[in-house]
Design a protein around this ligand. Structure first.
Ligand code: ACM
Length: 266
C-alpha cells in the first residue's frame, strides 16, 4: 500500500498556542489539493514550546487530553486527510506529562506519555505511565515515541513487535545523536521512522536551548528518504508500507523469529 509520510519542522513560539497553530496551518496549506491519505509528524510540545521555569507556567499552558491541541489536530487531520502526530503539554489531576497524540481524520486518537524524561524535564513532568501502544487506522499500524525515547532500543523494539510499521517521533532535539540512532532503529526493526524536530533558540530566564533541526524519514532498509537541515518546512515522501512487513534480512534470517529472548534475561 502506497502512502505519503511527512514531517513539519518549524520554530515553535514559546507560550502562544494560537501562533503555533497558525504557523502549522500555513505550512499545511500547500497540501490543500492533495487528497490522498498522509501521515505527518509535528515536533514535541509543538503548541507550547519546551523550556519552563516553574510549575505555574506549566499549569497555565497545560491541557487535558481532548484540549485545544487535540481539537486543532483533529481539524487539521480532517481538512488535510492526514493522520497527524504531535507533542503537547498534558495535565491530568495533579500531574503534568510530556505527551503526544496521533490523530486520524475521523477524530480517533492514540495518547502517549513520554516514558524516558530528558534532563530538566524530570523536575516538572511525571514519567509516562501508559503502555506503548499501536494506533490502527485504514490498515496502517502506527506507534509513537517522544524525543529522548530514541536512546532506549527497547521502546522502538516493543512497538515493532506489537506491529508498528511506522514510528512517529515528535522531538525537540538538542543532542546530535538522533539522526544516526533513528536510522539504526528503523533498520534493526524494519520499520519506517519519521523524526520531526523543531528549530530555533529558546531563551527563558538563565536557560537557553538551541534546537537542531535535521528532521528526516528513514525506510525499513535504513535509507534516509528525505532529510532537511535548519529550515521551516513541511516535506512529504511516498512510500510502500508493505516494506515494513518484511522482517527478513537474508533468506535465512528474520529479525523477529531469530530473537533469542531466553538469553536476554538479566
Ligand atoms: C528531548 O528529549 N527533548 C531531548
Amino acid at each position: 500500500m502506497e502512502i505519503l509520510l511527512g514531517f513539519c519542522q518549524f520554530n515553535v513560539y514559546w507560550g502562544d498556542k494560537e501562533r503555533n497553530f497558525k504557523k502549522v496551518e500555513s505550512l499545511f496549506s500547500q497540501l490543500k489539493d492533495n487528497n490522498s491519505l498522509k501521515i505527518i509528524v509535528l515536533p514535541e510540545l509543538f503548541s507550547t514550546g519546551y523550556l519552563f521555569l516553574d510549575r505555574k507556567e506549566i499549569f497555565n499552558l497545560s491541557e487535558k487530553v481532548e484540549g485545544e491541541t487535540y481539537h486543532f489536530l483533529k481539524y487539521l487531520a480532517k481538512n488535510y486527510n492526514s493522520i497527524i502526530a504531535g507533542g503537547f503539554l498534558e495535565k491530568e489531576n495533579n500531574n503534568f506529562y510530556n505527551s503526544s497524540l496521533v490523530v486520524a481524520p475521523d477524530g480517533s486518537y492514540l495518547l502517549y506519555r513520554k516514558i524516558h524524561l530528558f534532563k530538566d524535564e524530570k523536575d516538572f513532568f511525571a514519567k509516562g505511565n501508559l503502555k506503548l501502544g499501536i494506533f490502527e487506522y485504514n490498515n496502517l499500524k502506527i506507534g509513537t515515541l517522544i524525543c529522548f525515547d530514541y536512546f532506549f532500543p527497547e521502546a522502538a523494539r516493543t512497538l515493532a513487535i506489537k506491529g508498528a510499521e511506522i514510528i512517529c517521533h515528535p522531538s525537540n532535539l538538542i543532542l546530535p545523536y538522533a539522526p544516526l540512532i533513528t536510522q539504526v532503529r528503523a533498520l534493526e526493526n524494519h520499520i519506517f521512522w519519521i523524526l520531526a524536530n523543531r528549530i530555533g533558540i529558546e531563551k527563558r530566564g538563565d536557560k537557553e536551548l538551541r534546537f537542531l533541526g535535521k528532521s528526516q524519514i528513514v525506510s525499513p532498509k535504513g535509507e534516509i528518504l528525505i532529510k532537511v537541515e535548519n529550515e521551516e518546512t513541511l516535506k512529504l515522501v511516498k512510500v510502500n508500507i508493505n516494506e515494513a512487513k518484511d522482517k527478513k534480512v537474508t533468506d535465512k534470517n528474520d529479525l523477529f523469529f531469530d530473537r533469542r529472548t531466553e538469553f536476554y534475561e538479566i
